[in-house]
Design a protein around this ligand. Structure first.
Ligand SMILES: [Zn+2]
Length: 273
């Protein structure tokens, strides 16, 4: 009888725990990497879906949600005048196919807000109109919202789950089912938050359009500057549009770099002010 182990056995059994802990470590690394890859793929897929989504799908989405907003909008003189102003900026946009026709929906509501929504509509609230002190700064806000359309930020704000549903409906030619997403899209639009980069890009489009329309950029920073310093109740715009001070600085830099002219501002006479 021998308790002696065959040569090499002890060494093998000594080594056993080592590969096990190594495997365990490897497993954790693989698991973490997989989760990270899934998160990364999901978010970049959402970005890819937005870039790929045909304008027709976006317009279909508009058919689902625009009527919901129209129920509380207040068409009339103010909305018509706002649309005339927007038309001036639209004429500066490059032509697109299919053609887009941006329009404003006006709300008689004290909220200081404006937003771009699928369906080529820009929501403008009375509170915003009451806060702007020149036509130029109003045009800067409208131009900024047009910038969100160009960069398709209004779609990115919908969130991944909704984007996947829209993508599937589009892929399988079932555009009609997009109409059923109305309520969740409206809720998503209300919660949308833009990143600093999205804001900067939209500001860039805004100031470019402002310059093309007036031939100068007076008033470009006024609204952001004033709203960043005051404590206006119902100021919803900055909930979705962060860091006013930083954006004012960035706009001033653009004005310097591009040597934009600053001339006299156009008063808000059009709106009987
Ligand atoms: Zn914005």
């Amino acid at each position: 009888m021998s308790t002696e182990l065959p040569s090499g056995t002890a060494a093998v059994s000594d080594r056993n725990p080592e590969p096990r802990s190594f495997d365990f470590f490897k497993l954790i690394v693989i698991a973490v990497a997989t989760v990270m890859a899934i998160i990364f793929t999901a978010s970049s897929m959402a970005g890819a879906i937005v870039s790929w989504m045909p304008v027709e799908a976006e317009q279909q989405l508009g058919k689902a949600i625009v009527p919901i907003y129209e129920k509380t909008a207040k068409p009339g003189e103010t909305q018509t005048k706002l649309n005339q102003l927007l038309e001036g900026l639209e004429q500066q946009l490059p032509s697109s196919n299919p053609k887009r026709d941006y329009q404003i929906l006006y709300f008689d509501d004290p909220m200081v807000n404006a937003a771009a929504i699928p369906g080529d509509r820009i929501l403008v609230y009375r509170g915003l109109l009451e806060q702007v002190e020149s036509e130029n700064e109003l045009m800067m806000v409208l131009g900024h919202e047009l910038g969100h359309f160009r960069n398709r930020d209004h779609l990115r704000g919908l969130g991944n789950a909704l984007l996947y549903q829209i993508a599937f409906s589009t892929l399988f030619g079932d555009m009609g089912s997009i109409l059923g997403l109305g309520a969740s899209v409206v809720e998503s639009v209300g919660r949308a938050q833009f990143s600093q980069q999205q804001e900067t890009q939209a500001d860039d489009v805004g100031i470019t359009l402002l310059n093309q329309h007036y031939g100068h950029v007076a008033g470009a920073t006024d609204f952001f500057d004033r709203m960043g310093k005051t404590n206006v109740p119902d100021l919803k715009w900055f909930a979705s549009h962060p860091a006013p001070a930083q954006r004012v600085e960035q706009l001033k830099k653009l004005i310097r770099d591009r040597q934009y002219l600053i001339k006299a501002k156009t008063p808000m006479d059009r709106f009987n002010r």
